[in-house]
Ligand binder design. Structure first.
Ligand SMILES: [Zn+2]
Length: 136
């Protein structure tokens, strides 16, 4: 087993479960009772996984990645997207390998774009809610 595969096997559970099962930001942890409910769909678990992959409110911001993958992205895709293809899975032909790596890089770019767009809008909405609450 290659070191790269061992590293993926070690980090995959950390990436897919630990990162996505907590409230979205550290500062939110003190307000878990409030944050557990998604303000968009009333899902009782407003985790990063819910926000990034399940909440229908953000479907429009997942379009590019969904079209790239050919299916709606899930947390199970994150390791492959972040790590890219395994070295031993890459084509041996140099040109084909370059294409595979460029494809993986584009998928990673679309994933980052999706995460950044969703979290940016979500943070803006949260700030607007805080201002509205402070004005009451
Ligand atoms: Zn939701």
């Amino acid at each position: 087993m290659s070191n790269w595969r061992k590293m993926r096997l070690y980090y995959e559970p950390l990436i897919t479960s630990a990162a996505f099962s907590r409230p979205v930001t550290r500062e939110d942890e003190g307000r878990e009772a409030y944050l557990r409910w998604c303000v968009h769909c009333q899902c009782p678990s407003d985790t990063a996984e819910h926000t990034l992959f399940h909440c229908e409110n953000w479907n429009g911001l997942r379009t590019d990645l969904r079209e790239r993958l050919g299916y709606p992205p899930t947390s199970a895709d994150v390791t492959d997207i972040l790590c890219g293809p395994l070295f031993e899975d890459l084509p041996t032909d140099g040109y084909q390998r370059t294409i595979a790596l460029c494809d993986a890089e584009e998928t990673l770019r679309l994933f980052y774009k999706m995460v950044e767009n969703i979290l940016t809008v979500k943070e803006e909405e949260e700030r607007a809610r805080q201002v509205a609450e402070a004005d009451r």
